[in-house]
Design a protein around this ligand. Sequence first.
Ligand code: SAM
Length: 282
Amino acid sequence: MFKFNFIDKNTNEISSDSLETNQTVALCSTQIFANETIPCLNISASDLNYFNCTNNLIVKYLSTNYIIKCMKDQSNAIIYADRNHSDLVAGVYEGGLKIWECTQDLINFISFNNTQLANQSVLDLGCGVGIIGTFCLLKGAFVYFQDYNPEVIRSVTIPNVMLNLENLKNVQEFSKFYSGDWTSFLDILKENKIKFDIILTSETIYNTESYSKLHSIFTNCLKKDGVVYVAAKTYYFGVGGGLRSFEEFVSSKGILNFTPVWTHSNGISREIIKLSWKHEMQ
Ligand SMILES: C[S@@+](CC[C@H](N)C(=O)[O-])C[C@H]1O[C@@H](n2cnc3c(N)ncnc32)[C@H](O)[C@@H]1O
């Protein structure tokens, strides 16, 4: 079990020194400004990776080795997870350092379907490395990036967006960044009356406890004609969540339509579902 009752007040990060006993507290949501993050210095060719989207569009991103190397003197949840070879430590580090499989599925889907992105307001919910949101930025959208861990936003997502948009001014003009738990992120969105044309979220429904948090963001922050695309595995074995139980949850609330739009059933089954308002709810 883990305890993270030591949260640095300046960074809102969980100290890895305190991850040892049994109390959990969700991280509070906060906006992180691109100009406050330390720019990446001394990047060599081997520190860069390339994510091949469709139509020859490439998104650049920093290698995990480089990110860990930059953080090596820090004591935070990512370093803790890396040292323990964990992809995910519930409530502490939620997996934002690596690119999960459904990211490629979602990019292929919105690309092949010519989803209108230019001038759209997009939320990359649970963005991690930020490939999906960066793809949307390069297609002309305004993008909100959100991840649980502030150190992921600061040291991974923002530097990656910078690499692709090339200067801070563009990043500040076309994107915003938030860290923290979805419950308090929703408070910020509601307070600022922020709504989205498109909400994209990949591999975020593995924990059934997250269903109501995600559903509340969708129903409070989706514009009238907006759509949500959820890309996920059909079942997350050993974790509990999956698309069938999420479908049941959404149907039980009776607010959003749940439409399967893509399925891959070879090997571990993955799907994309579309959520939109039921007509009577608009
Ligand atoms: C498995 S990772 C997927 C990352 C990315 N979307 C991808 O496909 O590569 C799950 C993401 O959801 C975010 N997340 C999980 N639970 C969360 C919570 N309760 N509040 C806020 N973010 C959460 C994590 O920070 C992480 O970015």
